[in-house]
Design a protein around this ligand. Structure first.
Ligand SMILES: [Zn+2]
Length: 130
């Protein structure tokens, strides 16, 4: 589970990474330097479409306290259509998940912290129809 605090509406429900204009590689999370091109690279914001497939996964039985209610759950590495990989929860039954299964990102509010009003949003992946 990756949790981020999104600062703007634009980013809140999108996967914003970066793309190197020089070599075309897409990175997520966003980077400021392309490790391939170094100083020749020029990175720009890039919105990932959130679709991909399960690259590998594991089923977590000993859940951390926050996730007790949904244990066991599936954590996977998702290979996005843009070629970058994201570690995320995959919202399906442990016996349902398989390598190569098509998935897409969904967003939800994880928690709202008291007085400063910071809202944390997280993403997870759900199976898509084949
Ligand atoms: Zn590059």
């Amino acid at each position: 589970m990756v949790v981020r605090t999104w600062r703007s509406m634009q980013e809140r429900y999108n996967l914003i990474g970066s793309k190197c204009k020089t070599c075309g590689t897409v990175y997520f999370p966003a980077r400021s330097v392309c490790p391939e091109c170094r100083r020749k690279g020029e990175l720009e914001d890039y919105k990932l479409n959130g679709k991909g497939k399960v690259y590998t996964y594991s089923v977590v039985y000993a859940a951390p306290k926050d996730f007790e209610k949904q244990s066991p759950y599936v954590i996977g590495i998702v290979e996005l259509e843009e070629g970058t990989k994201i570690t995320s929860q995959i919202d399906c039954e442990p016996e349902e998940v398989k390598i190569g299964m098509p998935v897409e990102a969904t967003f939800r509010k994880i928690r709202e912290d008291g007085c400063d009003g910071v809202i944390s949003y997280g993403y997870k992946f759900v199976p898509t129809e084949q």
